[in-house]
Design a protein around this ligand. Structure first.
Ligand code: SF4
Length: 359
């Protein structure tokens, strides 16, 4: 049965794979970049970022010699910036220890910063044609349904079972296409809600379908409710109307670390005092009255941030002023960009029209 499932998946991939720029290459570096970008991010969002990234940093050496600011700016808007810093560190290590060649050896690949079992398997199977398994969210859903696995996602027992199933399935010819077929199936047909089993190439072997358990599986992981925080974000500007400058600071720590951010403070309830306190932390003292622009809710995986936006202008000269015309050159989180748009410093991007690709 496993051989039939394997054949059906590879055949399905041959006929239905979406044409994506990173599917037209066997360059392990490009595949590495695409896999890092695709973590937690929809594939149609990744495509333009990927194309810009490999145009700007076409080789491991080019990425390794770039500054952290340049790398974060290229990820600006994608979120989860830790992965960009790890990719950068990984590229430096490939240059320093492996002569600029992404290692073919699985253990050496997995020793690179930010390269876990999934990313190593994707590079190994797609670029080097090695029978290395991958399990991401899409693959986990397909395998959990195919084998009707009742264990909750995220548990050690479930992880072990999924990797064992993926490992058994990837043995054979064209391991990269087999892995991509599993991911593609999960992204386009075996979707979390409303899977289209009537179109599925492996429906003949699917245990969940046979038992009417498709919608119930996989068993979800229990999630903790996100912590709520109220923030005040200050857009402090100076300079001419046609190209004003805004005060930004480089963040430390794990949340948005390395990115440029606006002065931010946790709300105490006193509007004017909060604005002045946020600016004072950056050595800026102002007697100007702030303008309040309302706000938005920004949800991260573990945090729900209620963000209020205030602006002050003009402020006196300060370190960290960035001109509006140069803002694309610094890494901004989506939260910072939204705050700049809310205060009218940046225009919101034009709305995209047209059909969305699946996934
Ligand atoms: S038959 Fe349905 S549930 Fe089973 S693998 Fe295919 S799409 Fe998923």
């Amino acid at each position: 049965m496993r051989a039939r499932v394997r054949d059906a998946l590879v055949h399905y991939f041959d006929r239905h794979a979406r044409d994506l720029p990173f599917r037209r290459t066997k360059d392990p570096y490009a595949i590495w970049v695409s896999e890092v970008m695709a973590q937690q991010t929809r594939i149609e969002t990744v495509v333009p970022y990927f194309e810009r990234f490999v145009a700007r940093f076409p080789t491991v050496e080019a990425l390794a010699s770039a500054s952290e600011d340049e790398v974060l700016a290229a990820f600006s808007g994608l979120g989860y910036y830790r992965r960009a810093r790890l990719l950068h560190a990984g590229a430096k290590e490939v240059v320093a220890r492996h002569g600029g060649e992404v290692p073919r050896d699985p253990a050496a690949r997995r020793a690179l910063p930010g390269v876990g079992r999934y990313t190593a398997g994707a590079i190994g199977s797609i670029a080097f044609d090695l029978p290395e398994p991958i399990v991401d969210g899409n693959v986990a859903r397909v395998l959990a349904r195919l084998h009707r696995i009742e264990l909750p996602l995220g548990t050690a027992a479930m992880e072990a079972r999924l990797w064992a199933e993926a490992e058994a399935l990837v043995e054979g010819e064209r391991p990269g296409d087999l892995n991509q077929a599993l991911m593609e199936l999960g992204a386009t047909i075996c979707t979390p809600r409303g899977p289209r089993c009537d179109l599925c190439p492996i429906a003949f072997a699917c245990e969940a379908r046979a038992h009417g358990d498709v919608e119930r599986l996989p068993v979800p992981k229990k999630r903790k409710a996100p912590t709520e925080k109220r923030l005040l974000v200050v857009v402090a500007t100076q300079g001419p109307d046609d190209d004003p400058s805004v005060l930004l600071t480089k963040r430390e720590g794990s949340l948005f670390g390395g990115l440029h951010a606006l002065p931010t403070i946790e709300r105490t309830g006193d509007d004017v005092r909060d604005v002045r306190a946020a600016l004072r932390e950056l050595g800026v003292v102002t007697r100007r009255r702030p303008t309040f622009h309302g706000g938005f809710v920004h949800v991260l995986s573990h945090l729900a941030l209620e963000v209020e936006v205030a602006s002050v202008a003009p402020i006196s000269a300060a370190e960290g002023l960035v001109r509006r015309s140069a803002i694309a050159e610094v890494g901004l989180s989506t939260l910072t960009r939204r705050a700049l748009e809310t205060a009218g410093f940046l225009s919101p991007p034009p709305r995209r029209s047209g059909r969305r690709a699946p996934r």
